[in-house]
Write a protein that binds this ligand. Structure first.
Ligand code: OGA
Ligand code: MN
Length: 294
């Protein structure tokens, strides 16, 4: 139905023909993109610029939308007129590059830690769709790692050990790591952590994958240091070069990733140069784990 080719990296696919993001999709086309996502975890569409409303319309075809971080701490703090749109830029409301002390710069830097969007909430994010509007002259790539291949490559002893283990994911853990502790006890208490198995399975393919990242801060039934060290070891394992695709942005790119089967991080760039991307995200409201207690 679509023409595709593999991305130049460990995984992912580009749709090179047969798709126009501004034309409503047929049910068969949606099913085909879901299939490509289940199998490849990353789908790239190049050179198809969208404005905010077009991107929302496009994304809604794949399910209900997620508000992620905005819902927990940053509500109303960005220039976007929609809560469902993540402004992944270093620009303030006046369109100028934001001051270093601006929260959005902290958010930009936090995005440079390996993570799965909204893993700190239940339901978490399913597809993130990041659309490129403006790029800095160097840096600012986004990297993705394949958590299926990373799981497959674990030693059997580790796979056995991880079987049934549950991790706690907390929205502010990444902020604390970056030295931002400007939250009151009430604010912290108002954000409940979410619990997810460390090893999950994609219900559509039956394939197992790790589910980790910077929001994961402890493992149930283990001391914090022991669990956290395992999470750090797993992250180091999962982010080896053989599991990675690195995306160099061009204006008009949309990269869709599966937040279940991948982690991602932004790469360093000169924060004085404008960088502007826009993210819309669907909610994984059919995850089998939603049946479990929180
Ligand atoms: C995101 C994100 C990384 C980047 O949009 O969710 O983490 O490269 N972006 O900006
Ligand atoms: Mn992200």
């Amino acid at each position: 139905m679509f023409e595709t080719r593999p991305l130049n990296g460990a995984f992912g696919v580009e749709i090179t023909g047969g798709l126009d993001v501004l034309t409503p999709l047929t049910p068969a086309q949606i099913a085909e993109i879901d299939r490509l996502m289940d199998e490849n975890a990353l789908v790239l569409i190049r050179n198809q610029p969208m404005d905010v409303d077009q991107q929302l319309t496009w994304t809604r075809q794949f399910g209900p939308l997620d508000q992620g971080f905005k819902k927990v701490i940053a509500k109303g703090s960005t220039p976007q007129k929609y809560d469902e749109v993540g402004d992944i830029s270093n620009l303030s409301k006046d369109g100028q590059v934001a001051a270093r002390t601006d929260k959005r710069i902290l958010n930009n830097i936090a995005n440079q830690l390996w993570h799965s969007d909204s893993s700190f909430q239940k339901p978490a994010a399913k597809y993130s769709m990041l659309h490129s509007v403006r790029n800095p002259s160097w840096g600012g790539e986004t990297e993705y790692t394949d958590l299926r291949a990373a799981y497959d490559a674990l030693p059997d002893r580790m796979k056995d050990f991880l079987d049934g283990k549950i991790a706690e994911h907390f929205a502010l853990h990444s902020r604390f790591l970056l030295g931002d502790d400007s939250y009151s006890t009430e604010q912290i208490a108002a954000i409940p952590p979410a619990h997810w198995p460390v090893v999950r399975e994609n219900p559509a393919t039956g394939r197992k994958h790790l589910f980790i990242g910077v929001h994961a801060r402890s493992i149930e039934g283990m001391t914090v240091p022991e669990g956290r060290m395992i999470l750090m070891d797993l992250l180091e394992h999962a982010t080896q070069p053989q599991f990675i695709y690195r995306h160099e942005w061009e204006v008009g790119d949309t990269l869709i990733w599966d937040n279940r089967q991948t982690l991602h991080r932004g790469r360093h760039y000169d924060l004085d140069e404008p960088r502007e991307l826009r993210r819309t995200t669907t909610l994984d409201d059919r995850a089998p784990e939603l049946e479990m207690a929180s």
